[in-house]
Write a protein that binds this ligand. Structure first.
Ligand SMILES: Cc1ncc(COP(=O)(O)O)c(C=O)c1O
Length: 363
């Protein structure tokens, strides 16, 4: 580990607060991680089982059906057109891709990877694994004349729920394409817009028909409750995807065949997605009100799976306050130095646990 200078795994530092929250007589309400809790839809489980007797190796590129269905889902759900199914590449969940992408694309020492000010920690980890430099920035001005190897976007954001507008996306894309910088847009929460409609970087209104240097990373973990299956895909610039495919074939980064089948069914079914969205929307309404009624301000949070809450006090104090009530939340500092006064409250708990949290906050 030390060779890579990786940070400590942030959740390990919550052990004391976890123990305190667990001691609550009615049990812990864990809102600290975004792990799905609702059932895997039976149609998806059936799809998984239906090909469990295939003994041979699966294709790294995925089945042709999976690639077609992913392209169609992007079109129906997000208005993304002009993607060649050959430019879809399944991934073993999206975290592994996030962690290895700079390395897989050949970024290395002396090169720069730009990540959001407040970001999913794995973007930084990926840059460190490749030996590249990391810069936290939400704007282009801070970059001056530099030509980063890669810029990460994440809209809707984890942790803030912020949605980037079309002008912002266009500006980043144009700037990056002028410099040969790769823009990677992590779109794992794209289907979870509440007060704003998130836009894919692959939407033609954003790139005007030029896909060069653009990649979008998608995950089925949250949209289809498939976190345990490890199911995601990356798509965009056909040349970049070809490069990734070539390396991943050599490296054995292959999505298991049964999971490919499960993904195919999940991506074809918008009703399952709508049902899951409704569950999260209802939990969001309950938690948002409970937080506001107990004196929190919710910043951003117009989309995605989290509420970004603050009482303008130190995040550690807020985490402690929640733990006293048997509720575990994540301090904003997990996501970057600018998160020092916020906590991230996940919508991923059962209705029963979400209601328990609301009652405790009201008490
Ligand atoms: C922003 C972001 N990207 C990627 C991931 C990884 O998700 P998965 O590996 O389950 O696809 C997560 C998980 O929480 C996330 O929040």
């Amino acid at each position: 580990m030390s060779r890579f200078r990786l940070p400590d795994f942030p959740w390990d530092s919550l052990a004391d607060h976890t123990a305190k929250a667990r001691a609550h007589p009615d049990g812990i309400v864990d809102l600290s991680v975004g792990t799905p809790v609702d059932p895997v839809p039976p149609a998806i489980r059936d799809a998984l089982a239906s090909v469990s007797d295939i003994p041979g190796y699966p294709m790294t590129h995925g089945t042709p059906e999976l690639r077609e269905v992913a392209v169609e889902a992007l079109r129906r759900r997000h208005g993304v057109v002009g993607i060649d199914p050959a430019a879809v590449l399944p991934t073993i969940g999206s975290k592994e891709l996030v962690a290895w992408l700079p390395m897989l694309l050949g970024a290395g020492p002396g090169e720069l990877v730009v990540i959001p000010e407040l970001a999913y920690p794995t973007y930084e980890v990926g840059a460190l694994l490749a030996g590249a430099q990391v810069l936290r920035s939400d704007g282009l001005t801070a970059l001056g004349p530099q030509k980063p190897a890669m810029i990460w976007l994440n809209s809707p954001s984890n942790p803030t729920g912020r949605v980037l507008g079309i002008e912002h996306l266009r500006k980043v894309v144009r700037w990056a394409q002028d410099r040969g910088t790769v823009v990677v847009s992590d779109e794992c929460y794209l289907a979870l817009g509440w007060d704003a409609e998130p836009l894919s970087i692959l939407h033609p209104d954003v790139h005007g028909g030029r896909l060069d240097g653009l990649l979008a990373v998608h995950s089925l973990s949250k949209s289809a409750n498939l976190a345990s299956y490890r199911a995601g895909f990356v798509t965009g610039d056909p040349a970049l995807v070809r490069e990734l495919l070539a390396v991943r074939k050599h490296a054995g980064m292959i999505v298991p065949r049964p999971v490919q089948e499960a993904m195919t069914v999940a991506l074809a079914d918008d009703e399952l997605l709508a049902e899951q969205r409704d569950r999260y929307a209802a939990r969001r309404t309950v938690l948002r009100k409970a937080l506001q009624d107990s004196g929190f301000r919710i910043d951003h949070s117009e989309a995605g799976l989290y509420l970004w809450a603050t009482r303008d006090e130190d995040a550690a104090a807020t985490v402690g306050w929640f733990a006293e009530r048997g509720i575990l939340v994540a301090p904003g500092t997990f996501y970057g130095p600018k998160g020092g006064q916020h906590v991230r409250v996940a919508l991923t708990a059962t209705d029963e646990r979400v209601n328990a949290a609301a009652e405790r906050l009201a008490a």
